[in-house]
Design a protein around this ligand. Structure first.
Ligand SMILES: [Zn+2]
Ligand SMILES: [Zn+2]
Length: 376
């Protein structure tokens, strides 16, 4: 793999064309065009919506090892000022999925030239940021037919230096859910409150009551977050508000807590409906299941990395971020790890500028690990 620079170029090409979930048409075409340049003898390619599956047939397969890369960008206006900045106004690869794709192509390129014993399945997954591509892709006929025996993925981590990866066995990422609550009451003249049902008052009360869930209903040894990030309602200062909307997010470390938190939210909202004589609707939007790393595979991988030169592995803590790869890990053993890319700006930041040296680190590491694992 002398030409690893090529994957920096590929990353830049992809960085210019970020597309949102299930609209990754140019991205998909780019991936397909590149894959066509590889030796085709052992490749089998299938598209699924805007995603791509590539199976590399092994020489004496006894199992399928999956590798997943997400491919979508975010609705963020890029502010890096880079020469290869986004050409799509208001969209940006601000979560490193351009890195994820170019790394996957690097690894795929190696195995297309030098297949292993086992089959490898490269999964280029759309819509990680929403509405969620992992679950429907997993349920697709193609993936059920080519169901890997294990699957792995990485995510760039701005907070770690290049040459460092981080992971842990068990829970890595939290359970997350969006939260949208709409309240509809009865508007009216500000001077006649007795003739109206004021949704600003109802919304304020609801926000306050929601705060009691984490403090009163979640096991103190577990962790949960309910954040209402946006509240809107009413029209003008002297009219009683007929409508209000809360927008927020829920994060919990256990799947059990997520269930409990939602039950409490629903009960509290019911109480608001009765108390304020209004109608309320709850929409959970995108939900992501926890990312739970298989203990044995993760420990084995961490020991493997410790033996490698030029890369260091550290054990991290679980994070309250969401990642839809968790749906795949709920059905297929495997793990996810963080790849250090050393950027002062975090994920989803308009100035995120990951260090491209990490592309080579990741490609080399994954080739060694998968060569070992797929030749067992
Ligand atoms: Zn993201
Ligand atoms: Zn991401």
């Amino acid at each position: 793999m002398e030409q690893l620079n090529r994957f920096v170029e590929i990353r830049r090409d992809l960085h210019k064309i970020p597309e949102l979930g299930f609209q990754e048409f140019k991205t998909q075409q780019y991936l397909l065009n590149y894959i066509k340049t590889l030796p085709q003898e052992r490749l089998e390619l299938k598209t699924w919506k805007t995603g791509v599956f590539v199976k590399v047939h092994g020489t004496e397969p006894t199992k399928i090892i999956g590798y997943r890369a997400d491919i979508d960008g975010l609705p963020i206006r890029e502010e890096t000022g880079l020469p290869f900045a986004s050409e799509h106004e208001g969209k940006m690869h601000a979560c490193g999925h351009d890195f994820h794709m170019s790394i996957a192509l690097g690894v795929l390129t190696h195995f297309a030239h030098q297949p292993a014993k086992d089959d490898l399945l490269f999964v280029f997954q759309p819509a990680e940021e929403g509405p969620g591509g992992a679950l429907p892709m997993l349920q697709s006929e193609i993936m059920q037919q080519w169901k890997p025996d294990m699957i792995i993925a990485l995510h760039i981590a701005p907070e770690y230096p290049v040459g460092t990866i981080a992971t842990k066995e068990g829970l890595l990422f939290a359970n997350t859910s969006e939260l949208f609550i709409d309240l509809k009451g009865k508007g009216g003249h500000a001077a006649f409150p007795h003739l109206a049902n004021d949704m600003v008052v109802a919304a304020c009360s609801l926000v306050t009551q929601l705060q009691s869930i984490v403090s009163r209903n979640v096991d103190p040894l577990d962790s949960a977050v309910i954040t209402v990030g946006k509240i809107s309602g009413g029209t003008v200062q002297n009219v009683i508000a007929e409508q209000a909307r809360l927008e927020g997010t829920i994060r919990t470390l256990s799947a059990e807590s997520m269930k409990k938190v939602k039950e409490r939210i629903e009960a509290i909202v019911k109480g608001i409906e009765i108390g304020y004589q209004c109608e309320a609707t709850i929409d959970y939007g995108s939900m992501y299941y926890q990312v739970y790393n298989d203990e044995q595979l993760t420990t084995e991988f961490m020991s493997f990395v410790k033996e490698q030169t030029n890369v260091e592995v550290i054990e991290c803590k679980e994070a309250m971020t969401g990642e839809d790869f968790g749906y795949m890990l709920a059905h297929i053993p495997g793990f996810m790890f963080w790849l250090g890319v050393n950027s002062p700006y975090g994920l989803h930041h308009s100035k995120l500028n990951p260090d491209e040296e990490a592309i080579e680190t990741a490609i080399r590491l994954l080739i060694s690990y998968l060569s070992w694992k797929a030749n067992e």
